[in-house]
Ligand binder design. Structure first.
Ligand code: F6R
Length: 608
């Protein structure tokens, strides 16, 4: 995890650019922050525990003048979140920031300690600083970096500077993201484009095993052995405004409200309603291979995993393809059976989740066709999969995923039509699904308009310590997702369960202090879900029901009722999840938590 930024330019703007960049990358971790400003005569390092604001307070204005610098916001892996472990790390005149994990750090640390290097932190990152310093005793800065890199194993994005060469900065990437921004008078390096977009829209996405040497005037990209490489420049599509809160109190709130647009953008230009066909340009090259696929395996984590579960129901019911969903973190280690008739789909908002990336690499090694449903354009998963579909949901900054989730569901619905029409789905069915999908943004908007109601309900239930979230068929994964939202944002213990499983054990927990959110739209399993509501109420449990208008039985017995608009059964998750996102959000707000940065979490989980 962690966010890193580097700046080198013709003007003394390093401090402003670095601090602003760190704030935008705080979603990647906020255990500590630090900055090293490199001047012609003096280099200064500042570090502090906690968020970037604390670091800012520490740095006086007179210090804030430099043409180059590096900065870091940390999500702890090796070593506690404390001052001594905060980046940048230094060895003599070498300073660096690191995102990733150095796997052979202990062995290198022992060796360097024997040579007399004194370690001041518990981090794996400090090893790299000393290793470069050691190499620098016999080689120049650039060569020292190449030599040191040949000795380290693991995942890293590093930005490195040398006090004697303030006009040079070296950055390198291996399994941790790194983007180079090219501005008029400066270069900015960052873990992702959100720290760059306000300065330039010209970027180069570095790939694994690539190193860049930058000066205020030029850059040179090489492989890890120093061989120069040519790289294509990309134009960023995200605007600076998209990365701001735009009047909302929290990014999560803004992003929940952005869902009508996010779903609209996800389906834009991809629906040929009259023909009942989905057009997915990113799959064009593998269209024929997809026709031959006999099985689908979806790999993902967290919220993206819940989306995958909904996808499984859609793909099996309407496209007729056997589909399994796996936690990416399990897939890799349990010797999965994959062949060339299996399509392995990674679903990932960030496109950088280490577990999902590892699963995709494993699937590729085994000969599977790999596809990505990814939001972050140019991210590693997007680049490493054989083909894929972008969500186009725009940057998601709030740590809890919301708009990325609904856009993932929309893409899965499109994929179901795409693959279904390659097989036995009729034009009428394709048309029906797409027609309803087109109406979803407007229906999500209706739900958002009812926000005050969800707020009142959240305030009422925020005091409980534990809750059930129950659903059946398409809404079982939504029960899991709803529970995940209230867990991560309001720190309420919540279990997402298939409502039919309740009677096999969990029902023992129900009493008046253990409320249940039950998703019971008028669908093919409505009667069964109704029985679950009755069972909870019979044991004095309180019920918040999510249902469609006209379900009189639910109205009669539930303590609180939330209505969702009608749609086809497979698309109900795109609607039922919205009140659950609001419940999680407002329960967290009610309890006074920082909902955009929940404790112990980070937006992009780039460690295994
Ligand atoms: C929860 C949440 C996480 C992510 C998970 C996967 O709200 O955001 O559970 O869904 O870490 O992240 P991506 O989708 O970036 O691979």
């Amino acid at each position: 995890m962690c966010g890193i930024v580097g700046y080198i330019g013709k003007n003394a703007r390093a401090y402003d650019v670095l601090i602003d960049g760190l704030k935008r990358l705080e979603y990647r971790g906020y255990d500590s922050a630090g900055v090293c400003l490199v001047g012609e005569h003096v280099t200064k390092t500042f570090r502090s525990v906690g968020k970037v604001a604390a670091l800012e307070e520490k740095i006086g204005e007179s210090d804030a003048c430099a043409k180059a610098g590096i900065a870091h916001t940390r999500w702890a892996t090796h070593g506690k979140p404390c001052m001594k472990n905060a980046h940048p790390h230094s060895s003599g005149k070498i300073h660096l920031v690191h995102n990733g994990i150095i796997e052979n750090y202990q062995q290198l640390k022992d060796e360097l300690t024997q040579k007399g290097y004194r370690f001041t932190s518990d981090t794996d990152s400090e090893v790299v600083a000393h290793l470069i310093a050691e190499e620098n005793t016999t080689a120049d800065f650039e060569e020292a970096v190449y030599n040191a890199l040949s000795r380290i194993r693991g995942a890293y994005a590093l930005v490195i500077c040398h006090e004697d060469e303030p006009e040079k900065m070296i950055a390198v990437r291996n399994s941790s993201p790194l983007v180079l921004g090219i501005a008029e008078d400066a270069y900015i390096l960052a873990s992702d484009a959100s720290a760059i977009v306000q300065h330039t829209n010209r970027v180069i996405y570095l790939d694994d095993g690539e190193l860049v040497i930058v000066t205020p005037e030029k850059h040179k990209i090489t492989n890890l052995r120093g061989k120069t490489k040519r790289k294509k420049e990309h134009a960023l599509e995200w605007t600076e405004d998209e990365a701001q809160k735009e009047g909302h109190e929290h990014f999560m709130h803004k992003e929940i409200h952005e869902q009508p647009r996010a779903v609209e953008d996800a389906v834009r230009g991809r629906m040929m309603i009259d023909e009942g066909l989905a057009r997915l340009g990113g799959l064009r090259e593998v269209e024929d291979r997809l026709r031959a696929m006999k099985r689908i395996v979806i790999v993902s984590c967290g919220t993206s995993y819940c989306a995958g579960l909904v996808g499984e129901y859609m793909l099996e019911e309407y496209a007729g393809i056997p589909t399994e969903v796996e936690y990416a973190s399990e897939f890799r280690y349990r010797k999965p059976l994959i062949d060339d008739c299996t399509a392995v789909i990674a679903i990932s908002q960030s496109g950088e989740t280490a577990d999902t990336l590892a699963a995709i690499r494993e699937a590729k090694n085994k000969g599977g066709l790999t596809l990505g449903i990814v939001n972050a354009v140019g991210s590693t998963i997007a680049r490493e999969t054989d083909a894929g579909v972008y969500n186009h949901a725009g940057p998601e900054i709030g740590v809890a995923s919301t708009k990325a989730f609904t856009s993932q569901l929309a893409i899965l619905a499109l994929l179901t039509v795409y693959l279904g029409r390659q097989r036995n789905m009729s034009m009428t069915m394709g048309r029906r699904i797409l027609t309803e999908l087109k109406r979803i943004p407007q229906k999500i908007q209706h739900l958002c308009d009812d926000e005050k109601k969800y707020q009142r309900i959240a305030q009422k239930y925020a005091k409980y310590n534990s809750m059930f979230y129950l659903g059946r068929k398409y809404n079982f994964p939504i029960a899991m997702e709803g529970a995940l939202k209230i867990k991560e944002i309001a720190y309420i213990h919540a279990e997402g369960y298939a409502s039919g499983e309740m009677k096999h054990g969990p029902i023992a927990l129900i009493d008046k202090n253990f409320p249940s959110v039950i998703i019971a739209p008028k669908d093919s399993v409505y009667d069964k879900t109704l029985s679950a509501i009755e069972e909870v109420i019979a044991r004095s449990g309180r019920v918040i029901a999510i249902t469609t208008k006209g379900t009189k039985e639910v109205e009669r017995i539930a303590d609180d009722v939330i209505y969702i608009p009608k749609t086809v059964e497979m698309l109900t998750p795109l609607l039922s999840v919205v009140p659950l996102q609001f419940l999680g959000y407002y329960a967290g707000v009610e309890k006074g938590y920082d909902v955009d940065k929940p404790r112990n979490l980070a937006k992009s989980v780039t460690v295994e």
